[in-house]
Design a protein around this ligand. Structure first.
Ligand SMILES: NC(=O)c1ccc[n+]([C@@H]2O[C@H](COP(=O)([O-])OP(=O)(O)OC[C@H]3O[C@@H](n4cnc5c(N)ncnc54)[C@H](OP(=O)(O)O)[C@@H]3O)[C@@H](O)[C@H]2O)c1
Length: 355
């Protein structure tokens, strides 16, 4: 029997929601991630693209035509003022997130804001404060935390099914070939391997091992003072250790491996894996020989919607239907904890942002 996955996703998510009107999304900015998000939005039940806003009307119009948005706006102000928009998805460079979120809250909209929420914790605290003042929903778009495979792995690991984690290794990187003014390299826009990619290894370690007790970093900086490569060592509850890297100069494996006292878990594309595999190990006949046992494949209870952004979109929809102001999967406290960690690591490697 074969399944149409988007259809299956729609059926499962719709069945778990009270019947309500579809949630109207407004996408703020038309860059790379906005396109990926719009593709998954089209696959997500109970959600539709109501409008898109760009600094240039022509860009908004092209985007609206490509993804079937009802309205295209030539400014972010016009987007947030659109009554058909219930929730705004902020997809601008990190340095602009706080101003964009303020605009949305003041217009009475809920917000899903790309990661990292802001460059530094103080700005993120301000964003959380504004969400509270305006009584609006706010979630960082940390799709990994909403991902069905990551959620299932977290639950089963916490239940002790795979033994006690002792060491986690995660790496994320790719070569950035971009002009110096691009957000990936421009310090004015918050360029940083740690903020762009390193946030994922830190998040997976936080989700699977708990809050870090100690973090130490080494970095390699560009001549403009941004971290192009960073390696972090962390200590977690019970003495579990993590090694994590992020790179803008090399193609890292994008894999995560967790060694436990019972075996080894591996998952590729760890920030949006299709599955995780636990291989139990037992002592073999010789002193250094280990016998691998039957692998256990971990998949999520819910289907992955699109690339996985659909699961984060569905989570926002669930929260809005339940009148929540934050998601239990990406609580404000978790976002702020990760930002505090990154403030500290940035200071250790000597990166500061203009202003
Ligand atoms: N969740 C994920 O998997 C993921 C992946 C990639 C990126 N991200 C996050 O998403 C955000 C955007 O990343 P991106 O790769 O989509 O960036 P991008 O391709 O450079 O797009 C950013 C967009 O922001 C708008 N913008 C407004 N002011 C700008 C300015 N001064 N300079 C440049 N752009 C400006 C532009 O849209 P308009 O011209 O239409 O206004 C631009 O297209 C970042 O915070 C990043 O960390 C998340």
């Amino acid at each position: 029997m074969s399944f149409d996955l988007p259809q299956l996703a729609r059926a499962i998510v719709t069945a778990s929601l009270p019947s309500m009107e579809s949630i109207g999304w407004g996408i703020l900015a038309t860059g790379k991630i906005a396109h990926a998000f719009a593709r998954d939005l089209a696959l997500t039940p109970g959600a539709h693209l109501a409008a898109v806003g760009s600094r240039r009307l022509s860009s908004a119009q092209a985007f609206a035509e490509e993804y079937g948005a009802a309205a295209a706006h030539g400014s972010y102000e016009d987007l947030v003022a659109d009554p058909a928009v219930d929730v705004v998805y902020i997809a601008t460079p990190h340095a602009l997130h706080l101003d964009n979120a303020r605009l949305a809250f003041e217009a009475g909209k809920h917000v899903l804001c790309e990661k990292p929420l802001t460059l530094a914790t103080a700005d993120a605290e301000e964003m959380v404060r504004l969400a509270g003042v305006h009584d609006r929903f706010l979630m960082e778009a940390m799709w990994t935390a909403c991902h069905p495979v990551v959620r299932a792995l977290r639950e089963r690991l916490r239940a002790g099914e795979f033994g006690t984690p002792r060491h986690l290794h995660a790496e994320l990187g790719f070569r950035v070939d971009a002009p110096p003014e691009d957000r990936m390299l421009n310090p004015e826009l918050g360029a940083s391997a740690l903020l762009d990619m390193g946030i994922y290894p830190l998040t997976i370690a936080h989700l699977l091992l708990g809050p870090a007790q100690q973090l130490t970093a080494a970095g390699d900086l560009s001549d403009r003072g941004i971290d192009l490569d960073i390696a972090v060592v962390g200590r977690y509850a019970g003495g579990a250790l993590a090694t994590m890297t992020a790179s803008m100069t090399s193609y890292s494996s994008r894999a995560c491996e967790i060694a436990t006292d019972q075996g080894r878990i591996r998952f590729d594309d760890f920030h949006h894996p299709t599955e995780a595999v636990f291989t139990p190990h037992a002592p073999g006949p010789g002193s250094w020989v280990v016998e691998p046992g039957e692998p256990v494949v971990v998949v999520g209870e819910e289907p992955i919607i699109g690339q996985g952004y659909g699961n984060e979109i569905a989570e926002v929809g669930r929260c809005l239907r339940e009148s929540l102001r934050e998601s239990p999967l990406v609580p404000h406290d978790q976002t702020l904890t990760l930002l505090r960690q990154m403030d500290e690591l940035r200071a250790q490697v000597g990166v500061t942002f203009p202003g």
